[in-house]
Ligand binder design. Structure first.
Ligand code: HEC
Ligand code: HEC
Ligand code: HEC
Ligand code: HEC
Ligand code: HEC
Ligand code: HEC
Ligand code: HEC
Length: 400
């Protein structure tokens, strides 16, 4: 008589079978649950893993912590503030003889003070630096007004010049009133909690800001990915991480265009964009007509798009840049040209030969003067040089 069914098994075999079935069911449930595809989320204070967690596994990306992206907004310290607080160096005169600004470092923080009038009949107004923006060519400083409103301080710092009037502040006026809109922070920080208010645009919850641009700004919130990589069930779980390098070309460009395609306002809430999404749903800032003037400040995407290199190839920003490290070695960047061109393809090769090596960028992507990024100091304009991304022949740069 054939034996069928579990009641013919001895008790220990029956027990093993039950366990096996249970494990199978549990596995299936787990796999079913976790097979839900990962839904990428924009970074917030409450879903951030933080760079330290990412770097605990991705040590080869540690150079990122010293980049302009990472340092683009910081808390004020003696190290993070580029300007000097030493006596004699901490004063900015203006074209108004009745007005100067003084920068002080005290036990309670760093202050900017407008001093109006002549001693002894002076009046003054002070505000404390809450955040520092910028780390390379210049810095601006932000302060909290009315408790939870962010404003730009009147004095900025430019390398090679020193303390200057902040862009947008006319020289010689004791003004502290330039509000900081969310778009400014979206480009210069990972997260600020904007408080919508019909009367003012610059209200934020004062705690919980995530300063600097962090890994998760470009890769999406990474807690789930970190959990997966530590889990024994790793193979069953989705990778839960955006690698912009795997996106189609236009989406790769979008991921940078969020902040490198001009300063126009976005249509949607700030800090909501996740790389991989079409940026045109959020903004029309990237569809600049071919004709209009584009300033070299902050619009690398539109400038690059005008280049024949870009139009005749699959070039993206990553063709030249590795954003995980500082990007200022112009000789190394000139080497990137040779992934598509040869030295011989330059019209100057017959006359210049080897001299061209390492210098392609000097002539074909020159640093040009911005017409929008202007500060002023004692009534004189201070203009910033920015590297143009319109790669072409600039005939005035024929001579070496
Ligand atoms: C516990 C270790 C661990 C942590 C923490 C971790 N990762 Fe990963 N990460 C990995 C491993 C392992 C892989 C390779 C996964 C694979 O190939 O399936 C990976 C892959 C990636 C990739 C490539 C994904 C792809 O599809 O090509 C990116 C991007 C990435 N991680 C970014 C991050 C970021 C950002 C953080 C912080 C939020 C982070 N990782 C935290 C271990 C980790
Ligand atoms: C969230 C906004 C944001 C995103 C997204 C972003 N950037 Fe930036 N990037 C900035 C800001 C702001 C600066 C200037 C920081 C400073 O100097 O304070 C900057 C600076 C740079 C620099 C100059 C670095 C140096 O060492 O001088 C390069 C190159 C750059 N970005 C490339 C990229 C590329 C490529 C992408 C897309 C993969 C990208 N950025 C995405 C905001 C962003
Ligand atoms: C400004 C945007 C940006 C920031 C910030 C950023 N990444 Fe990336 N990351 C990219 C892009 C674009 C790629 C794909 C192209 C490439 O590999 O350079 C990438 C690729 C990667 C990869 C997969 C390819 C590889 O090289 O292994 C890992 C892992 C990674 N990033 C980890 C990190 C970590 C960790 C941080 C923070 C310490 C970070 N990223 C910060 C834009 C960014
Ligand atoms: C659309 C994104 C965007 C907005 C909005 C924006 N910036 Fe920038 N900012 C950038 C980029 C990108 C750079 C650097 C590259 C360049 O100059 O083209 C930069 C450069 C700077 C620098 C010089 C940094 C350095 O290290 O040299 C300062 C300071 C600065 N911005 C402050 C501000 C402030 C303050 C606001 C708001 C009132 C603001 N930015 C609005 C993207 C933006
Ligand atoms: C991804 C490939 C690629 C890279 C990288 C690249 N180019 Fe090009 N470039 C091209 C292509 C393709 C053309 C168009 C050639 C044609 O149409 O005959 C071109 C055209 C040019 C032209 C002619 C432009 C004009 O308006 O007539 C110059 C100059 C040039 N490249 C210089 C450079 C320099 C300098 C670099 C590095 C900063 C560089 N290219 C990087 C692919 C590239
Ligand atoms: C053909 C190579 C090439 C490509 C492609 C490229 N860049 Fe650059 N980028 C450079 C060079 C060269 C510099 C100059 C570095 C320096 O002078 O320190 C630079 C500098 C920058 C700077 C700093 C500008 C300044 O003067 O402060 C930013 C921001 C930047 N690139 C963003 C981008 C973005 C965003 C993209 C994609 C839309 C991109 N780059 C594509 C070569 C390239
Ligand atoms: C001293 C300035 C200078 C340097 C350095 C330089 N170029 Fe040129 N390049 C020029 C000039 C000027 C022309 C136009 C020459 C002409 O029309 O006869 C040109 C033309 C070109 C062209 C366009 C040829 C055509 O007519 O379509 C390419 C491509 C090019 N250069 C690539 C490079 C590369 C790659 C390097 C680096 C190895 C480089 N150049 C270095 C000044 C320079």
């Amino acid at each position: 008589m054939p034996r069928t069914g579990t009641d013919q098994l001895n008790p220990s075999a029956r027990f093993s079978l039950t366990i096996a079935v249970l494990l199978l069911v549990a596995g299936a449930v787990a796999a079913g649950l976790f097979a839900i595809p990962h839904r990428a989320e924009a970074l917030r204070a409450d879903n951030a893993a933080g760079d330290a967690v990412c770097l605990s596994c991705h040590q080869q990306k540690a150079r990122f912590e010293q980049t302009a992206h990472r340092l683009t907004s910081t808390l004020p310290t003696r190290q993070s503030i580029a300007g000097s607080f030493s006596r004699g160096e901490n004063v900015m005169r203006t074209s108004n003889p009745q007005l100067h600004f003084r920068m002080d470092s005290t036990a309670t923080g760093f202050y900017q003070t407008a001093v109006l009038g002549r001693a002894p009949d002076t009046s003054s107004h002070s505000e404390r630096i809450a955040f520092v923006t910028g780390s390379r060519k210049g810095q601006s400083y932000l302060y909290w007004g009315a408790g939870d409103q962010l404003y730009q301080l009147p004095v900025s710092y430019w390398k090679g010049v020193g303390w200057v009037n902040s862009p947008g502040y006319p020289d010689g006026t004791p003004n502290f009133g330039r509000p900081i809109p969310p778009r400014c922070l979206e480009c210069h920080a990972s997260w600020f909690e904007h408080v919508p208010d019909p009367t003012v645009i610059n209200r934020y919850r004062p705690t919980g800001a995530v300063l600097g641009i962090s890994c998760e700004t470009c890769h999406g919130s990474g807690r789930e990915h970190a959990r997966r990589e530590r889990s024994a069930l790793r193979a069953l779980l989705p990778r839960a991480m955006i690698n912009p390098g795997r996106l189609p070309r236009v989406r790769q460009l979008d991921a940078c265009a969020l902040c490198h395609a001009g300063t126009a306002a976005l249509r949607t809430l700030p800090f909501a964009y996740v790389p991989g999404q079409p940026l045109e749903q959020r903004s029309d800032l990237w569809t600049t007509p071919d004709t209009g003037e584009i300033d070299v400040h902050g619009n690398q995407v539109a400038l690059l798009e005008r280049s024949r290199c870009f139009r005749s190839s699959q070039m993206t920003c990553a063709t030249c840049h590795d954003v995980h490290g500082e990007q200022r070695d112009v000789v190394a960047l000139s080497g990137r040209c040779l992934t598509c061109h040869t030295m011989q393809s330059c019209g100057l090769f017959p006359s210049h030969g080897q001299e061209l090596v390492g210098r392609c960028v000097d002539c074909h992507m020159p640093a040009l003067t911005s017409t929008v990024l202007i500060s002023n100091y004692l009534g004189r304009p201070v203009r910033v040089q920015v590297r143009t991304h319109w790669i072409k022949v600039y005939p005035q740069l024929q001579a070496p």
